[in-house]
Write a protein that binds this ligand. Structure first.
Ligand SMILES: [Zn+2]
Length: 117
């Protein structure tokens, strides 16, 4: 599935100003081995409820939840067991990227969300 970097203001806020790096996986392929993440909920520009699941103990970001696409989970690169082959295939929300963010002009970039097929 796809992977990329999101520069929306919510991602920046939860990542110390950096974009969120995530790879979208089928929810059925994801196994959380222990614990129960805490979820911060907000509303997207289009009105969907968006959740950000994070570790309640250390605060590490784990995955996102988009209620309009319940079968898919964008899993943050830092939550993957091995992210050494993580590849940024697209950039989203570059309209809110800051002048000091580095945008690779070789990677497809979208003003807002990456259009779903
Ligand atoms: Zn975002």
């Amino acid at each position: 599935m796809g992977s990329g970097a999101c520069f929306c203001l919510d991602c920046q806020a939860s990542n110390g100003g950096a974009p969120a790096y995530a790879a979208v996986h089928q929810k059925s392929d994801f196994l959380l081995e222990k614990g129960e993440p805490k979820v911060y909920w907000s509303q997207s520009e289009t009105g969907n409820r968006i959740g950000r699941a994070f570790c309640a103990d250390c605060g590490a970001s784990i995955y996102g939840i988009n209620e309009s696409r319940p079968d898919y989970l964008p899993i943050t690169a830092s939550a993957l067991d091995d992210n050494s082959d993580f590849k940024v295939m697209a950039l989203s929300w570059v309209s809110t990227a800051k002048p000091w963010h580095t945008l690779d002009s070789n990677i497809p970039a979208f003003e807002k969300n990456i259009p779903s097929e």
